[in-house]
Design a protein around this ligand. Structure first.
Ligand code: FMN
Length: 241
């Protein structure tokens, strides 16, 4: 079952297959995931958009850190990492642009935050609301251990202060790119995760990216249906000193 090999070949662009494709603007999915209006938005601290450590120094220092000291991380560090991952940096008449590039400006990736120990936040699963730079609490409780189990027993997800789970809402990208969308969601997520990892260095946090996990177990923890929206990447964050 070499479906990966097949996919790579079948999803290639060629001059022939690209001909005559039209977009149905009426079926374009919304850019932002919305929840019922009665769910409370928890405002995040205003992110620093200017400062931080010099860029090349961040690149030099970034390393996958898997041991955390379980200390509480400040809310401002969480805010900084979330903004670096997906924050809005430019609003024009028709578009909102973010810290990370996205194929076609379709932004199919959603960010969930599983908080274990962050000052001022109850442990729980939160959704990052990009346009408002806020969090919505989806369910209370410490899910670190469950996430660690779902990630093939990787304890850093239990010991971290918070974990980010990135999901893809595939139709946002498939609407335009059809099956090739599956290439782009992973590229988008990679950009986002690297931004978050560099912000973590700037905040003095350790972080590690996680691609090894039981898909359906992570989907269940976050309450994703696994078809229209599914987890594709995780990162853990915590104090290391
Ligand atoms: C797509 C991807 C998936 C990864 N998955 C895991 C993982 O599940 N567990 C883990 O400990 N590290 C994971 N890593 C981290 C790599 O092991 C790490 O980046 C690599 O060993 C290089 O080390 P460095 O990040 O310190 O430079 C992943 C990295 C990437 C880019």
């Amino acid at each position: 079952m070499a479906y990966g090999d097949d996919y790579q070949q079948l999803s290639k662009y060629s001059r022939e297959t690209l001909k005559g494709k039209n977009l149905d603007w009426n079926s374009k999915p919304p850019l932002y995931k919305q929840y019922p209006p009665d769910l409370e938005h928890i405002e995040l601290d205003k992110p620093d958009r200017q400062g931080g450590e010099p860029f090349y120094s961040l690149l030099q220092q970034r390393r996958s850190e898997r041991s955390y000291n379980k200390a509480a991380v400040s809310g401002s560090k969480l805010s900084q990492v979330l903004w670096a991952a997906q924050g809005i940096t430019l609003t024009t008449e028709y578009h909102q642009f973010r810290t990370a590039p996205s194929a076609g400006g379709l932004f199919p990736i959603e960010t969930y935050c599983a908080i274990n120990n962050v000052e001022g936040f109850k442990p729980g699963i939160y959704h990052y609301q990009v346009p408002y730079h806020s969090l919505i609490l989806l369910k209370e409780g410490s899910y670190g251990l469950e996430l660690a189990r779902a990630a093939l027993g990787q304890k850093m997800l239990r010991d971290s202060s918070f974990n980010l789970v990135w999901s893809a809402m595939i139709e946002r990208s498939r609407w335009k790119y059809d099956q090739r969308a599956y290439r782009y969601i992973y590229l988008d997520a990679g950009h986002i995760a690297q931004n978050a990892a560099l912000a973590a260095v700037s905040c003095g946090l350790g972080s590690c990216q996680v691609g090894a996990f039981f898909d359906e177990e992570v989907n269940q923890i976050i309450d994703l249906d696994g078809v229209n929206e599914f987890a594709i990447y995780l990162s853990s964050f915590g104090e290391t000193k």
